[in-house]
Ligand binder design. Structure first.
Ligand code: NAD
Length: 328
């Protein structure tokens, strides 16, 4: 396959590029480097700077490759803003980058006859679900502009697919963490908000301590339960998803998680077996549901995908990557 990876300099896009190349596919990355890092792009992938909100940035790449006799088979979209609190204070920036960016990209894809898209969505589309195990058919009621923008994107893709004969693979991620086994790439950002990288920073002394928000939830140890999936497993699902829609000329939407829940305290305890983790409890944050676990049966059935890497592998790879960053 020849794949255009939009947002391929970012965390998940760079890991997916690595997996695509390992599986023998050809990759071109398009990224505006707003939050991405040029050093995270696999050396065998070609890179074009571009912003998907500007149609000419995309068509330039699509047309050049088609004119060279090797058009893209699939485009993958990772190019989004994704910090929930920021989306609450700057909703318009989220609609502009995420929704308008995708709209422009879809227009360019349809114009240039690229009819297969893999799209990064999120468990945030479910909002604060009543059922703690989320299936793809569950109600989608986002509770922040980030989740709303992703749901709007999902719907846009469906309508465009129906009108323009497009195949799509929409993947809803749960909590993604960990780093590539090579430690060449990982989650390398200034603003880290997710539990595992924040926990690692606390254990490496980069921040004073980890705060666990709430220990009075209706869960066995009182802390929230979440589903953690290793970024390499997640990236491999994208390769399978792209191969599936291209090979079968069909579409799908699937959750990607591990299908297992760990409480925040269980994650901290697992990490504390490997390294010291200074932490304390803080009050609950608004909008955190007590328990959120993915049903991953659909991805397993349709793509034959099964996560291979467990929580320990996630923790160790993230720790080792962060340690390597400090040594640079
Ligand atoms: N990281 C997670 O835990 C998580 C969870 C659920 C869903 N997602 C989704 O996965 C995708 C990737 O997330 P990530 O963690 O890799 O984020 P990231 O910020 O590391 O990567 C996003 C990449 O897209 C690029 N980009 C952003 N806007 C662009 C634009 N207008 N034009 C061109 N490039 C642009 C950025 O420079 C960056 O390289 C996002 O769509 C996000 O919503 C991520």
């Amino acid at each position: 396959m020849k794949v255009l990876v939009v947002g391929g300099a970012g965390y998940i896009g760079s890991h997916t590029t690595y997996e695509l190349i390992r599986a023998g596919h050809e990759v071109v990355v398009l990224d505006n480097l707003a939050t991405g890092n040029i050093k995270s792009i696999h050396p065998s992938a070609r890179f074009f700077w571009g912003d998907i909100r500007r149609k000419s940035d995309i068509t330039r790449v699509l047309q050049a490759e088609a004119q060279a006799g090797k058009p893209f088979d699939v485009a993958m979209h990772f190019a989004a803003k994704l910090i929930v609190p920021e989306s609450l204070s700057q909703p318009l920036a989220y609609y502009e980058n995420n929704v308008e960016g995708l709209r422009t990209m879809l227009e360019a894809l349809v114009d240039c006859d690229v009819r297969n898209i893999v799209f990064s969505s999120t468990a945030a589309v479910y909002g604060a679900p009543e059922s703690s195990i989320c299936s793809e058919g569950d109600p989608t009621v986002p509770i922040n502009p980030y989740g709303e923008s992703k749901l709007a994107c999902e719907k846009m893709i469906e309508w465009v697919a129906a009108a323009h004969d497009l195949n799509y693979c929409i993947l809803r991620y749960f909590n993604v963490a960990g780093a590539d086994a090579s430690l060449e790439i990982g989650l390398d950002k200034d603003q880290l908000t997710h539990l595992i990288p924040v926990l690692m920073q606390a254990s490496l002394g980069i921040r004073e301590q980890l705060y666990i928000y709430g220990n009075d939830y209706d869960t066995p140890d009182g802390t929230c339960i979440r589903d953690y999936v290793h970024v390499t497993d997640l990236a491999q699902a994208h390769v399978l998803g792209a191969e599936y829609i291209l090979g079968k000329q069909a579409s799908l939407r699937a959750n990607l998680g591990s299908g297992t829940g760990f409480s925040v305290k269980e994650v901290v305890d697992a990490a504390a077996k490997l390294f010291e983790v200074p932490f304390s409890y803080a009050p609950r944050r608004a909008g955190d549901p007590p328990k959120l676990i993915a049903s991953i049966e659909h991805a397993q059935e349709v793509l034959g995908w099964k996560p291979q890497l467990d929580l320990r592998a996630i923790l160790e790879s993230d720790y080792n990557f962060r340690k390597k960053l400090l040594e640079r």
